[in-house]
Design a protein. Sequence first.
Length: 318
Amino acid sequence: MNAINDVFPDSPQRFCLRHIYANFQSAGFRGEELKKHLDQAAYSFTKSGHEKGMENLKKESFEAWQWLSQIPDHTWARYKMDTVCKTDLVVNNLSEVFNMMILDVRNKPIRTMLEGIRTKLMIKFQKTREKTESCRWEITPTYSEILEEGKKWAKYCDAYMAGPGIWQVTSSSENTYCVNLNNHTCDCRRWDMTAVPCSHSIAAMQKVKLHPEDFVNDFFKKPMYCETYKHIIFPVPGPDHWPHTPGHDISPPVFKEKKGKKQTARRKGVFEVPAKKDTSRIGTVTCSNCKKQGHRFSNCGDPLKPKFQMRMNKHQVI
């Protein structure tokens, strides 16, 4: 971490909550109640929600509260994270997904590994470009689903204008927030962090017949998405076509095969919950909409949740 701070002194750093919790358990603080209070303190967008989680943790275990308090809030608690980087992630799932993608090449020799990663990215970029040519959405699917969820809860909010672009919004839980449509902010901090309007701001927009889609940051819209993948990763000729250079060839290091089966799977933590066994061939399909078994959400008879409705419409706003 010291090296990262030296190279990127102005870049805020975040810690992965999953790894913090693993260390939390290793320090001797285990139990569902402790985890619940830790999650509340980490996932809350507001200072009051964070402090409530920390206070409950302190009541449950003073030693656990003392241990967690040693970690700076801005590295793991949403309420204090910077809003420049428009994401509310508190875990490093992005790097874990990339790690899974390169799983079959990461243990190979360095040249083979880099060539494997380059080929994978070349194929992914091209497939993404082809997909964006035929897709009908204007906001990336994940964030269009988040926006639709916000619209669902907006109808339970009461919005009152206080001035040009400034609104007082009361949610169904009787909490009151100040929304500034001009600055794209809300006291709940969800809009500030994610750059996608929250339910409180959507309630204010609907009062003056504004479209929430217009307030989503350009970063999550189709033009920027296409811009991200527009660069072509060109093929690289094989070793037979490489130019010869003066000097001696560099021989690869000598590998000594160890006895026994090679360790490829990640070693689980002592207190980590074992992964569920793959029962896809013998298990029953469970609907992600109504949680009943025997059908999928596409054939569900209950009203679809907003995110599943968006998937049925191929994320096209109707």
